[in-house]
Design a protein around this ligand. Structure first.
Ligand code: UT7
Length: 343
């Protein structure tokens, strides 16, 4: 008897959500020693969205998740995975709250913490759940409210990060079919723990016997050092995953890198050898949304008609940890043509 095809994750729905409050560079320039010219030329960012008081990561995640589930044309999933750096609370995870908000109480739900690489790690986790037969359908959401951890007086971080959420629904399918998630390259380097961090609030600070410094509650980043590590690790990881997938660089239709900085995305495309016009970027309007950045960019590119069935998409991310990861994806048919339950 022939052995059954291995099961893998197949993308079957996308969704995203941005909080309504748009904060442009001029608004920040009124309260910080910065300028629209500096922010645009150094980062490519023109505006970002920040959540209003009372709106949490789980609210943004649930809004994006609801859209992805509707787009997939399904009413149920077996697991909800939330990639986030800004959970509603340090304990418990945000995913069970999101599942509850979506009327999915009862399903498996947990968070993935890999900072800006969270969505790629989440994709690997969701693919693993499906391949192991532990879930037939997974809702994976990258969601952030970075505005809750930014130091309003720190111009080096406040101008970069934004809030938002992006979501995908993955179902069990075969490796060769449109929408199938490809191989993964994942990595980390804990020696870089101090380069991207929130120092306070965790066991390290609480058990140190010292009171937290005022700045310990805020996000801090050694931007310059992170910049080059981001370029280096994403291009190395992206090349490794192209090798595993058996794709030539010239076969990649779209590069979707973590939206860290437009200059990083341009260097990344140049290093891999992908023309910059094949790089999908939305950073000008949303800033760096960390774990939400890749699914948000995918959903917006799809809405703009940029992603076509069969297109080869290369995904790569880098973030705190340090962490990095890449995978490949062939873009599926539009959701409206595949609402049937095939698993
Ligand atoms: O998402 C996770 C991964 N994150 C990243 O990959 C981010 C990587 N890093 C970056 O994107 C960039 O390093 C930044 C955007 C954070 C900074 O850009 P940069 O070109 O590396 O600037 P820099 O840190 O070298 O700073 C250059 C100057 C400094 O002034 P001096 O020392 O030359 O007088 C900064 O104090 O720019 C100053 N500066 C600013 N000036 C105006 C820093 N932030 C600002 C600002 N407005 N917002």
């Amino acid at each position: 008897m022939p052995s059954p095809q291995p099961r893998t994750a197949v993308l079957c729905g996308t969704g995203s959500h941005l909080p309504p409050r748009r904060v442009d560079n001029d608004e920040l320039s009124r309260v910080l020693d910065t300028s629209d010219e500096w922010i645009r030329s150094r980062t490519g960012i023109g505006a970002r969205h920040w959540a209003d008081p009372g709106t949490t990561t789980s609210d943004l995640a649930a809004a994006a998740g609801a859209r992805a589930v509707a787009d997939a044309g399904v009413s149920e999933v077996d697991a909800v995975v939330v990639a986030t750096t800004t959970p509603d609370r340090p304990c418990p995870a945000t995913a069970p709250v999101v599942a509850g908000k979506l009327g999915l109480t009862g399903v498996a739900a947990f968070d993935v913490a890999a900072v800006c690489t969270g969505f790629i790690y989440g994709l690997a986790t969701a693919t693993g759940l499906i391949a192991a037969g532990a879930a037939r359908r997974v809702l994976l959401i990258g969601a952030e409210t970075y505005s809750s951890i930014l130091d309003p007086a720190d111009r080096t971080t406040s101008v970069i990060f934004g809030d938002g959420a992006g979501a995908v629904v993955l179902r069990a399918g075969e490796p060769g079919e449109p929408g199938a998630v490809g191989p993964f390259d994942l990595g980390s380097d804990g020696d870089g723990v101090d380069l991207i961090t929130v120092r306070g609030g965790g066991a390290e600070q609480r058990l140190s016997g010292r009171e937290p410094e005022p700045g310990d509650r805020y996000f801090a980043m050694a931007g310059k050092s992170v910049f080059w590590q981001a370029v280096r690790n994403m291009s190395k990881s992206a090349r490794a995953v192209l090798d595993q997938a058996g794709w030539r660089v010239d076969e990649v239709d779209h590069l979707v890198g973590h939206q860290a900085n437009l200059r990083i995305l341009n260097r990344l495309a140049d290093d891999i050898g992908i023309p910059r016009e094949r790089s999908i970027t939305n950073i000008a309007e949303v800033g760096n949304t960390s774990a939400a950045s890749i699914p948000l960019a995918l959903d917006q590119a799809r809405a703009a008609g940029r992603l076509r069935a069969g297109d080869r998409v290369l995904l790569t991310a880098f973030g705190g940890g340090l962490t990095w990861g890449s995978t490949t994806l062939t873009w599926p048919e539009q959701a409206t043509t595949r609402t049937e339950e095939r698993t």
